[in-house]
Design a protein around this ligand. Structure first.
Ligand code: FES
Length: 78
């Protein structure tokens, strides 16, 4: 399982204690689908049934968007 996600930010996000959850931890999105990047918002639940070895694209990089299989991740300039 993998997914193609378009990122437009060009710099880092600064996190502080206000980003901590009730358990004093900061959950950083690694699935690429969060609407609250860089923080996890639970959107990763949409990836739970992704199959190993398949690459996906979610419409508008939205966990609620249509999910389709793609041949491979497209790299800019290729
Ligand atoms: S890891 Fe991406 S929303 Fe949770």
């Amino acid at each position: 399982m993998a997914r193609e996600v378009t990122h437009e930010d060009r710099g880092p996000a600064i996190l502080d204690e206000s980003d901590m959850g009730d358990d004093d931890l900061i959950y950083v999105c690694q699935c690429g689908l969060s609407d609250s990047k860089p923080l996890c918002d639970g959107s990763h639940n949409a990836t739970a049934d992704e199959a190993d070895g398949v690459v996906y694209k979610y419409e508008n990089d939205d966990a609620d968007g249509e999910r389709r299989e793609i041949d491979e991740i497209a790299y800019e300039g290729e």
